[in-house]
Design a protein around this ligand. Structure first.
Ligand code: 7PM
Length: 276
């Protein structure tokens, strides 16, 4: 798949490194500015083998409040510009706002990653004009209340139906299938049981005939199951990333790039032998 200027072969599993540029992620106590901090983190993740750097300025953490447009632009655009100046990598922009999408792609972003699947005002139009691939994610509800009491008839079927509808909307608006990625949205309006059912049935998403991205890194589906704090979820994260790739995921979005790159390479090696 082409991400603006760069081609990434998604027949092999790829790793997307998470770069948070929300204010809390800047408080490292040192003398580095937000941009310096972001650049250091980016350089490390690229050395560790990340294929994408996902830049997000809106905290979509359960319970989080809405971030204003200007706040999000101020956080995200300078970081994308600086990364593209220094590194030859695909930057993805984690946003739901049309203006952030347009400005980010102008600043060099090669992928629009939208947890609201281009449903916000003007987002679909902005993505069409931007001419870069989009990742359509499923979310039930909105971040501030989505984890209160998530309910589904059949979680996998419900998420598949939603993604099929969003793919159809994108196609009729002028985004071709070869520019679409889907994501079941682990942790976004899903109980622990919903998350594991989706992971068990991830292969079903291959029926959509577009690449599949997953993000489970450090999420509560690990914390709740293992009774681990955020910083103690690495082993669980490697396990679910490995399983996801084995179940057909093309891109895994993670904080812990080095460990995930190794795990994903093991699955890729195994699959190469399996085909012979
Ligand atoms: C705080 C807590 C900040 C949790 C951000 C988060 C996904 C995503 C996020 C995902 C795609 C996180 C979330 N999660 N985009 N953005 N898929 N495509 O845990 O699962 O990183 S934000």
């Amino acid at each position: 798949m082409w991400f603006k200027d760069k081609f990434i072969d998604l027949s092999q599993p790829r790793v997307m490194g998470i770069l948070n540029v929300t204010p809390d992620s800047f408080s490292d106590g040192g003398s580095f500015s937000g941009i310096d901090n972001a650049l250091r983190q980016t350089e490390l993740m690229l050395q560790e083998g990340a294929d994408f750097i996902d830049v997000g300025g809106e905290s979509t953490r359960p319970g989080a409040e809405y971030v204003s447009l200007q706040q999000e632009l101020d956080r995200v655009i300078p970081v994308i510009e600086s990364i593209k100046q220094r590194f030859d990598t695909v930057v993805s922009v984690d946003t739901s706002k049309a203006q952030v999408m347009s400005d980010a792609v102008n600043a060099g972003a090669g992928l629009i990653n939208d947890v609201r699947a281009l449903q916000e005002e003007g987002a679909l139009e902005a993505a069409v004009l931007a001419q870069v691939p989009v990742c359509l994610m499923h979310m039930q509800g909105q971040p501030r209340q989505m984890q209160q009491n998530p309910m589904y008839d059949m979680v996998t079927e419900d998420v598949l139906v939603f993604l099929r509808q969003r793919i159809a909307k994108c196609e009729s608006a002028g985004i071709s299938l070869d520019k679409i990625i889907v994501d079941p949205g682990f942790g976004f309006g899903k109980s622990l049981e919903h998350n594991y059912q989706l992971l068990a049935e991830l292969l079903q998403f291959k029926a959509l005939e577009v690449p599949v991205l997953v993000g489970m890194s450090r999420k509560s589906m690990l914390g709740k199951l293992l009774n681990r704090d955020i910083e103690q979820r690495l082993a669980g994260g490697i396990a679910v990333a490995t399983i996801a790739v084995q179940q057909g995921a093309n891109i895994v979005r993670v904080h812990d790039v080095k460990e995930t790159v190794d795990a994903v390479k093991v699955v890729a090696a195994l699959n190469a032998y399996r085909k012979k």
